[in-house]
Design a protein around this ligand. Structure first.
Ligand SMILES: [Zn+2]
Ligand SMILES: [Zn+2]
Length: 360
């Protein structure tokens, strides 16, 4: 299930206090909510460890930032008062003094992600995007966290697609050095386009192709839901405004909701087209790293693996990707079913085309 956009009490799931006021926020981590102090106290044994590490990480980030801003600067380093503005923005890694600050901010992101609330994911995402703004060439590799975080937030498919495509292009053209990913806002690229050339090739980047697969799966789920509704033929007696309302409630992405031809059923072959796209991406990932889909379906111990180092196409690479991508998939209702169906279809086709020896 998708993370609910509205805050819920971590203890009883209520969305308001008993007197109908907005929930209270934990002042320490700022990403968990309660309906009352009684429920906060009841939840503390569960919340304590994650909350304390966020508090610690926030403290050390604040300390790093204060030090950085107070630094007088020298012949090689601009003074702290100018570091967060002007031409320094985008080039943080080159200014050695900023590295402690950036590492502290990365550590805070990791601490926040131990908590599974919409506010936590949004906060982690905003830190990651701001780190990319400050250090466009992304020497810490935070860009690989961004697609999965975007896909855990509401209606970010178009933005995520543009992000993956821009980074994938920069990777293919080797222009990562002077890349401004902070400027990516979404809506520029056609999310419905055939992803094969950019994401389905031999030299894919696992994280981007896995994220784009999930985007396409979501679009497929939407167009299938619309088709099933049409096949049920309920509209003859329904006022058109109700029909519109039902359809808009049914689709989960604005990418599809904005496509009038798909919404009204005049677009031909949208289901088949997206099925083919999803299939191409699944195959590309399976070919690149055969461990990824199997461990996404039975994560178990792989969720806890902490490899120090991984090589491309290895099980360790798949494990790291799994830990980044799992929540976005699990939070998409119906995504695993589509994956199983497509992989099963693949296996059946392979069986049918297998060439058996001639019988004598
Ligand atoms: Zn409560
Ligand atoms: Zn807290």
């Amino acid at each position: 299930m998708a993370l609910p956009l509205t805050p819920h009490c971590a203890s009883c799931q209520a969305t308001t206090t008993s007197s109908n006021n907005p929930l209270l926020r934990c002042a320490s981590c700022r990403v968990v909510f309660y309906c009352s102090s009684t429920h906060q106290q009841a939840h503390w044994p569960i919340h304590k460890s994650a909350c304390t590490s966020i508090k610690k990480a926030t403290k050390s980030l604040n300390r790093e930032e204060a030090d950085l801003r107070a630094a007088p600067g020298d012949f090689a380093t601009p003074p702290g008062s100018q570091i967060f503005s002007g031409e320094n923005v985008g080039h943080f890694w080159g200014i050695l003094d900023t590295r402690g600050y950036m590492r502290a901010r990365y550590a805070l992101v990791e601490a926040i992600l131990k908590i599974k609330t919409y506010a936590a994911v949004e906060s982690a995402h905003d830190h990651v995007m701001d780190l990319l703004r400050l250090n466009a060439s992304d020497n810490m590799g935070v860009r690989f966290m961004a697609p999965d975080l975007k896909l855990r937030l509401r209606d970010r498919e178009a933005e995520c697609y543009d992000f993956c495509k821009a980074w994938m292009r920069a990777y293919m053209d080797s222009t990562i050095e002077d890349f401004d990913s902070g400027a990516i806002r979404g809506g520029k690229e056609d999310v419905m386009e055939n992803p094969k050339d950019t994401f389905g090739g031999e030299s894919l980047q696992l994280g981007y192709t896995v994220a784009v697969t999930l985007i396409k799966v979501r679009l497929l789920l939407d167009v299938r839901a619309l088709r099933d509704l049409r096949l049920a033929g309920l509209w003859k007696k329904t006022p058109p405004e109700i029909e519109e309302l039902v359809k808009h409630n049914l689709v989960s992405t604005s990418v599809i909701a904005k496509r009038r031809d798909i919404m009204d059923g005049t677009a031909k072959g949208a289901v088949e087209d997206l099925e083919a796209q999803v299939s191409v991406l699944i195959k590309a990932v399976a070919k690149y790293n055969p461990s990824f889909w199997p461990i996404l379906r039975s994560p178990g111990r792989h969720m806890k693996a902490r490899p120090d180092y991984y090589s491309l196409k290895s099980l360790e690479e798949a494990q790291m990707q799994l830990q980044s991508s799992y929540d976005a998939w699990a939070e998409t209702e119906g995504a695993f079913a589509v994956l199983d169906e497509m992989i099963g279809r693949e296996a059946n086709d392979a069986m049918r085309t297998r060439v058996f020896p001639r019988l004598e």
